[in-house]
Design a protein around this ligand. Structure first.
Ligand code: DGL
Length: 258
């Protein structure tokens, strides 16, 4: 079954997920949608985000995707609406990322940095509390804008990171969840503040589950050739191309879709 796996995010963040999935499944084909036109999702209304992300999933299905990865925590909040809308398997990133963090934490103190909406919806916090562990959520929507538009300004990045996550140092967390797929791109800066703790990202947390779902649904691509990645953006195709150097991915082509 050589139909592509569809992956989407509001921008480049989902490429951190695609990197991890592609590393485990290099003979699968992928289509990636960077929805810059609607970026950022995390500060919009619930109705706006729900409508945007359902439409993105429908678009990927229409483009021939055999399975969809919601490579965005904010969009993953609406996984049930997306599952109702499409007829193909859908994988969200929050549950497996949370499960991974709960498994690695020893002192049951887990930090979550995510967008305003993801923190306010509290899905990470409630899943962590269900495991009798403590969750410390910090809204970091500003990080999305920094990563998408000012990433070459190291000092600004350090200033933002120190401002937003110093409080987690005081909580003595031993595990930090990147509750936004963009945020693992800040790991070098975050480690200067939080040091040697467990860092849990969405990509490595869901990659094994993607393989399980492909096998369960009989969707694995048995061809041996290396898979192709085709990327689409809803705007700013040139700036997307310029950001690709941040990722260890070979993207066959990038085009803007209306
Ligand atoms: N990468 C998205 C996430 O994981 C960021 C969403 C946004 O555009 O605010 O939530």
């Amino acid at each position: 079954m050589n139909k592509p796996i569809g992956v989407f995010d509001s921008g480049i963040g989902g490429l951190t997920v695609l990197e991890a999935v592609y590393k485990l499944l290099p003979t699968e084909n992928y289509i990636y949608l960077a929805d810059f036109k609607n970026n950022p999702y995390g500060v919009k209304s619930v109705d706006e985000v729900e409508s945007i992300v359902v439409n993105n999933a429908l678009l990927l299905e229409k483009m021939g995707a055999k399975l969809i990865i919601i490579a965005c925590n904010t969009a993953s909040l609406y996984v049930e609406s997306i599952k109702k809308a499409v007829r193909i398997p859908v994988i969200e990133v929050i549950e497996k990322t949370c499960e991974n963090a709960c498994n690695v934490s020893k002192n049951a103190k887990i930090g979550v940095i995510a967008t305003q909406m993801t923190i306010e919806k509290g899905k990470y916090q409630s899943l962590i509390n269900k495991e009798n562990k403590h969750a410390y959520g910090v809204k970091c929507s500003e990080f999305v804008d920094y990563i998408e538009h000012k990433f070459d300004d190291y000092d600004l990045g350090m200033k933002l990171v120190k401002e937003k996550i110093n409080s987690l140092k005081e909580e003595k967390i031993d595990t930090l969840i990147y509750g936004c797929t963009h945020f693992s791109l800040l790991e070098d800066k975050i480690k200067t503040v939080l040091g040697d703790i467990n860092y849990v990202d969405c990509g490595s947390s869901i990659a094994p589950f993607v393989k399980e779902e492909l096998v369960k649904n009989g969707l694995i691509n048995h061809q041996s050739e290396t898979g192709k990645i085709i990327a689409y953006t809803t705007k700013d195709v040139q700036s997307f191309r310029e950001k690709l150097s941040l990722f260890n991915l070979k993207i066959e082509s990038v085009e803007e879709i209306k």
